[in-house]
Design a protein around this ligand. Structure first.
Ligand code: CTP
Ligand code: CA
Length: 225
């Protein structure tokens, strides 16, 4: 952002960011999880603090140092993440859902460790849908003019899938990443395009996650009334 980097253009704003990946327990020692490291969400938190925002970071299963100046709320499951994000969003100017939220959770939680038995086939794992936090936030808008941002990782037809997802979620911005074996998950850098409902596409060239974070905040502040 060069010359504008000194500007505290998020001063007086409260932003909520979710980061990391949820874990859905099967029993006291096992879970269904995903590869999200939380680095993009933490970069969003650091850059928002630097731009003067009050930051609530809802962190799901991350192993990263707390960003200085942010309020960190730790969660495990999608249900816990939903509760923490919805509570923090009540007075937020923007909510950015960078977390990888599990679409499904085991239908049944075993109170005791699941044991194998000789000669017995494993029981299938039944799954149920988790709530869609982003779609719920975009539909509810607890604060008028609140900006809601989603992230999408796609492996194929990145732009077409991104456009459809933006419309389905009803959010104001959707950051679309192309993912593959070596791209994005746990990486220090990423490449993305930010889609908006007016049809605009903001490409973000391959680079550090801070650069993508700054672009997200640029686009969010443009949309504040
Ligand atoms: N998300 C959410 N709640 C869920 C699933 C996803 O809030 N239960 C949010 C993510 O945090 C992200 C956005 O929705 O910001 C897109 O996630 P993604 O998994 O790409 O979207 P889905 O609608 O789950 O689509 P897919 O079937 O491709 O996984
Ligand atoms: Ca999903």
């Amino acid at each position: 952002r060069g010359a504008r980097a000194q500007e505290a253009d998020l001063a007086g704003r409260h932003v909520v960011i979710s980061a990391g990946g949820t874990r859905e327990p099967l029993d006291p020692v096992r879970f269904l999880g995903n590869r999200s490291s939380g680095k993009q969400g933490y970069a969003l938190a650091r850059t928002a603090v630097a731009r003067g925002a009050r930051v609530t970071l809802v962190a799901a299963n991350t192993a990263l140092p707390d960003p200085a100046g942010a309020d960190v709320v730790r969660v495990g499951t999608a249900i816990q993440l939903r509760e923490a994000v919805i509570e923090a969003a009540a007075d937020a100017d923007a909510v950015v859902m960078a977390a990888a939220v599990a679409d499904f959770r085991p239908a049944h939680y075993a109170e005791g460790k699941i044991k194998k038995r000789d000669g017995q086939e494993p029981a299938p794992v039944g799954l149920v849908r988790n709530p869609d936090v982003l779609a719920e936030l975009a539909a509810a808008r607890p604060r008028p003019g609140q900006i809601v941002v989603g992230f999408a990782a796609e492996t194929d037809d990145v732009l077409a899938n991104g456009r459809a997802k933006l419309a389905r979620k009803g959010c104001d911005l959707l950051v679309v990443n192309e993912v593959g074996e070596r791209k994005t998950f746990g990486a220090e850098a990423s490449e993305a395009v930010v889609l908006a409902p007016d049809g605009s596409e903001t490409p973000v060239p391959y680079g550090p996650k801070e650069t993508l974070a700054e672009t997200v905040w640029d686009l969010v502040t443009e949309r504040f009334s």
